[in-house]
Design a protein around this ligand. Structure first.
Ligand SMILES: *[C@@H]1O[C@H](CO)[C@@H](O)[C@H](O)[C@H]1NC(C)=O
Ligand SMILES: *[C@@H]1O[C@H](CO)[C@@H](O)[C@H](O)[C@H]1NC(C)=O
Ligand SMILES: *[C@@H]1O[C@H](CO)[C@@H](O)[C@H](O)[C@H]1NC(C)=O
Ligand SMILES: *[C@@H]1O[C@H](CO)[C@@H](O)[C@H](O)[C@H]1NC(C)=O
Length: 764
């Protein structure tokens, strides 16, 4: 196979091969449209309700098998197996008297009966007045931690703890060092040690840079921390957090000229839990702030790095006109940000904290050092796209050769990208593989919420207009061969001996084949010697195409995998050698197929379309091209005309037109045929002729049982047969005129594409 790969480099798409190689790795292997998703039964959608919208709040209840969705004026409950099955809803419109206040409560509605409990809570400090304002909250031990705005105007942003037994507590008010117009993304509890007293709440948000932190107005991504057992100060910071600290999250790539491209608009965060609950891996999705430059990135952070930053220097400045510097002086004890516990502090409650600790904490909520991502760079960057990332969920998948994190990334265009990162050599060198790109909403709506159920193996998606559901894997889509399954490198899928199907790590089956790390079908698939006849079923398409001398023809061939490169070989009749086709004057290799300009009689023969992916080669298509010389075609049309005239007079009894020559339909047909012959973009001729001659063959077999071929050149040579064909051609002339028109319509799209390709052949 190595030697074959060597040949490829000399081929038709030489430049395309090396040039496109890098670009190719960034395109999804499979791209499924909304329609394809629906038709392949890979998508169930709830397309919203006229009196509702904004399906943005999801609560997944795996135990009861329900997905509870908060939307405008409604709460919905969906069946996790199939969201279109037994949906229940509670209309909950704002009463006229309370229309100004938004009520988003009802966290514990999960009875087997779907109903609202009558206890009504004040939503202040729990949810915003304006549902468009991003809010994040989490309910822990009956207490609600939420980052939200507390006033009607949406100016007073704070991190609250409400409900439960204790007095509500919040961040310091009117201090832009604490929070500066933040937008909260998510809240999580992460234990710090095995002692629950040290448990911390982490908040992810973006906000305006602090005054003096950045030239001009800029957004920065932040991580904030709080102690779960913080009850505020005694004399100052009463009912305010005393352990709040925040740090910048950096996600950037080095640019040309030494200027980094920063992704600061934090959009979503997903915590991938590991065996050690203290150290989840943090997946964060960012976009750029620029209006001109659209970009998205995914960065990974470790808790070790985050803790190091919170134990590092505090950001400090002496006054409004000073710069922010690392605080160099004496930090009071216990160090602000430390939770009251036996482990670290030796004090029992934040109410016992000395005054100097409280004073320092109030003036130093920010850390000086930012948190950098693992490996100091994003694991995914997308900058040349018209979409941006909005959401992420990650599934840890057990594969034959290890564990892989599969990311599902939602975009603002209603699509989902499925990406797996695979270590190339070590965990410090990850290869990102875009497995699939799927459209999951009819309209281009931003995906605003995503929940993954490992139990159901399903992904649930919300947007302004509805809710969608899709399986995490659709292995059968990758193809019917072991090699295709292997090349997909989808950790969910393996070749089970007969098909590409779900991989179950527990099931011990000798035949299953999977190689995520290398995607090497040669070591995995024993049937590759017979790749033209995989699995006992012929997978290579054989077809015959007709072309007219001096015109052009286009042989369509594109690989199912968008990452495969195609190339062509040519084999003459009575010759077993295959010649590689190089792009030159008359041959243009494109991603869609092979364009042959100015057909020569000696171009007749077999054209073999091959696909190469990851060093693996596969035959996709064999086309037999018959080039008809122009004289013979002219001759044929001439005869057709005569025959037509003859038969029309005999069959057309009740018509005004005496001969078919004057029949408008037939004239149209012959004229179109002629103009087609003289026209250079003749893939339509191929199809047209094929249609006609296929029909001939069939009818002749049925009627006269003449098993001889009816290919045009042979007919021309054999006078008798030729007559027969012409007669048939004529008899169907009227029907064909209509069919021809239809064909022309159908071909328009493709011809346009062919023209474009002619103008700008991509492969040279
Ligand atoms: C979901 O349920 C609907 C309605 O019962 C049905 O038409 C559809 O095929 C189901 N889809 C799947 C993927 O099960
Ligand atoms: C919204 O419409 C659905 C049916 O389309 C109906 O069942 C529901 O009661 C309506 N809700 C409100 C609040 O009008
Ligand atoms: C086809 O092209 C060749 C070479 O340009 C030319 O000699 C020949 O006359 C052309 N045939 C027709 C029928 O146009
Ligand atoms: C035509 O007829 C002969 C004998 O009647 C038969 O052997 C042959 O298979 C037929 N051919 C086709 C193409 O039907």
């Amino acid at each position: 196979m190595a030697s074959l790969w060597g040949t490829v480099v000399l081929l038709c798409g030489v430049v395309a091969l090396s040039g496109a190689q890098q670009k190719k790795s960034n395109v999804p292997r499979l791209k499924l449209s909304y329609k394809e998703m629906l038709e392949s039964n890979n998508l169930v959608t709830f397309e919203g309700q006229v009196n509702s919208s904004a399906y943005h709040t999801f609560l997944l209840d795996e135990e009861k098998g329900r997905l509870v969705v908060g939307a405008k004026d409604h709460i919905f409950s969906f069946n996790l197996v199939n969201i279109s099955r037994d949906m229940a809803q509670i209309p909950w419109p704002a009463s006229t008297s309370r229309r100004d206040e938004c009520k988003w409560a009802g966290k514990d509605l999960m009875d087997s009966v779907f109903r609202l409990e009558s206890q009504i809570e004040n939503g202040r400090g729990k949810s915003p007045y304006d549902p468009k304002l991003l809010t994040a909250s989490i309910l822990i031990d009956g207490e609600l931690y939420s980052g939200t705005s507390a006033d009607f105007m949406g100016r007073d942003f704070a991190i609250f703890r409400t409900l439960g037994q204790h007095h509500p507590i919040r961040t310091e008010q009117h201090d832009s060092r604490w929070l500066n117009d933040p937008r909260f993304v998510s809240v999580h509890l992460i234990p710090e040690s095995d002692n629950q007293e040290d448990d911390k709440i982490y908040l992810f948000f973006r906000e305006n840079a602090m005054d003096g932190e950045h030239a001009g107005k800029a957004t920065q991504a932040r991580i904030g921390q709080l102690c779960k057992n913080d009850f505020g100060g005694h004399r100052s910071l009463v009912n305010k957090w005393t352990t709040f600290l925040k740090a910048r999250l950096v996600c950037s790539v080095p640019g040309l000229n030494g200027i980094d491209t920063h992704f600061d608009e934090l959009q979503d965060v997903f915590l991938m839990s590991s065996k050690d609950p203290k150290n989840p891996i943090i997946y964060a999705v960012f976009t750029t702030s620029s209006n001109i430059f659209k970009g998205s990135a995914v960065c990974l952070y470790s808790m070790a790095d985050i803790r190091r930053v919170f134990l590092g220097p505090y950001a400090h400045r002496d006054g409004p006109n000073y710069q922010w510097v690392p605080f160099q002086g004496r930090v009071p004890y216990p160090r602000p940000g430390t939770c009251p516990s036996k482990t670290f502090g030796g004090f029992d409650s934040t109410k016992d904290l000395p005054d100097d600790v409280i004073t320092f904490a109030r003036g130093h909520p920010a850390m000086f050092n930012p948190v950098y991502p693992i490996n100091n760079r994003p694991i995914i960057v997308k900058t040349d796209t018209d979409y941006q990332f909005t959401q992420i969920v990650v599934d840890r998948v057990e594969a034959e050769d290890g564990q892989y994190d599969v990311m599902f990334i939602g975009t603002d265009m209603g699509t989902v990208l499925k990406v797996v990162s695979i270590p190339r050599g070590s965990w410090h060198d990850l290869e990102e593989i875009l497995l699939e790109e799927m459209t999951v909403f009819r309209e281009q709506a931003a995906i605003t919420v995503m929940k993954l159920s490992t139990k159901q193996q399903q992904l649930y998606l919300g947007s302004e207009m509805g809710v969608s559901q899709m399986p995490l894997h659709r292995c059968e889509v990758y193809g019917k061969a072991c090699a295709e399954c292997c090349l997909a490198r989808d950790p969910y899928c393996a070749w089970d001996g007969t098909e590409c199907s779900r991989y179950f790590p527990m099931a011990k089956r000798r035949t299953r084949r999977q190689d995520i790390r290398n995607g090497d079908p040669l070591t995995q698939c024993s049937d590759l010697q017979h790749q033209d006849n995989l699995n006992g079923q012929p997978t290579v398409l054989d077809k015959t195409v007709y072309g007219v001398e001096n015109s052009s023809t286009f042989l369509e061939c594109s690989a199912k995998s968008q990452r495969a490169l195609t190339y062509w070989q040519y084999q003459q009749a009575n010759d077993d050698r295959r010649r590689d086709i190089k792009t030159e004057d008359r041959f243009v290799c494109t991603e869609q197929g092979l364009l042959i300009r100015t057909l020569d009689k000696k171009d007749s023969g077999m054209y073999v379309c091959q696909a190469v992916e990851h060093g693996f080669m596969q035959t996709l298509l064999k086309v037999t091209l018959e080039v008809i010389d122009t004289e013979r075609l002219d001759d044929l049309i001439h005869r057709d005309d005569e025959d037509a005239a003859h038969t029309a007079t005999t069959h057309t009894t009740a018509r005004d037109t005496p001969t078919a020559r004057e029949s408008p339909n037939q004239k149209l047909w012959y004229r179109d045929f002629l103009s087609l012959v003289n026209h250079p973009t003749l893939n339509s001729v191929d199809e047209f002729c094929e249609q006609v001659w296929k029909r001939e063959r069939k009818q002749r077999r049925q009627k006269a049982n003449l098993s001889q071929q009816v290919q045009l050149h042979q007919l021309h040579q054999q006078q008798q047969q030729q007559g027969l064909v012409h007669a048939h051609t004529h008899v169907h002339a009227h029907g064909l005129a209509a069919k021809w028109k239809h064909l022309q319509e159908r071909q328009k799209g493709r011809n346009r594409r062919t023209h474009e390709l002619e103008r700008a052949p991509r492969s040279v």
